[in-house]
Design a protein around this ligand. Sequence first.
Ligand SMILES: Nc1ncnc2c1ncn2[C@@H]1O[C@H](COP(=O)(O)OP(=O)(O)O)[C@@H](O)[C@H]1O
Ligand SMILES: [Mg+2]
Length: 340
Amino acid sequence: MSGADSRLVLLGNAIVDLVMRVPALPERGGDVVATDTTFVTGGGFNVLAAARRLGLPAVYAGGHGLGAVRGTGVRADLAREGHRDAATPSCEDTDTGFCVALVDDDGERTFATSLGAEARLTGADAAAVLAALRPGDLVQISGYGLAHPAGGPVLAGLIAQLPPDVRVFLDPGPLVSEIPEEVLRVALARCDWLSCNQREGRLMTGLDDAPATAAALAARLGPDTGVLVRADAAGCWLVPPGGEPVHVPGRQVTAVDSNGAGDAHTGAFLALVGGGLDPLDAVRGANAAAAFAVTRRGPATGPTRRELLGFLDGDASAAPALRSVLGAGPVPPGPLGLLG
Ligand SMILES: Nc1ncnc2c1ncn2[C@@H]1O[C@H](COP(=O)(O)OP(=O)(O)O)[C@@H](O)[C@H]1O
Ligand SMILES: [Mg+2]
């Protein structure tokens, strides 16, 4: 499985994050004063940035609105490093959505999301995406898009038509319980990789225990699909396609901002699998990249190859294959652009 021609094609959900640091969540009916507030592009943008910094060409193929602040801001952040022509045109009547993320003193984040253009794929968008895909592409699908009442069924229709020569990575996300059953079924049937955190795994299986969750998901998806259950500081449980659950320990760091940890993990995993690493080494690298990200404040804090190599320095357990992929040269010059 050579990764030479792989690109990450992200089918949506570059969104604006309104991140507020609070001592604790307010009680119902209460209020709390935030100590720090930022309004930044996040969500799928974090995944794209994490993947590209580790060398995987990455393009955005999701919706984007024309609003003066949100849609325009997201587009500017994407275009900063790339071209502007989009397979998915701007949405005329809906702006890009946003997510309020309350990050408490324990570093945990709690969301309230307003879905917008980024999650509302149209039939024309889907046709444009299908026409632009190339063999070897890694297609990332987020539960935010699947949960959208209008866009979810369109996305499911697109997933069902994806050619067999692209690999599909599904992150069902925090809204997994909002995804209509028939839409989720299509995504689960087609995905080559499923990655969720422990809460999302519990919502899908009813199980609390991470390895049992990973095993149950793998049994449901069958031997052609791999499963990742992300487990905060404990790292990740991996079931490689057709394999058994294995614990890939997390790296010990002082976490200052866990918002976007899962996105950093996803982007890094895709870059490393796309670079030809086996799943176990890719998860080791993704755990390290996500641990690096939680030591930094703000969105899109995944490391570059050089930063990740430095972070792994002195870690005897970091596999030679991982070091060799990370040391494989500069990030390719391709843009972090819109799919076109
Ligand atoms: N406190 C932490 N220390 C080290 N690694 C962490 C920490 N929190 C998260 N990670 C890494 O980030 C990954 C994703 O974080 P997690 O919280 O499990 O997902 P999500 O952000 O989706 O809730 C984990 O699998 C782990 O590798
Ligand atoms: Mg978490």
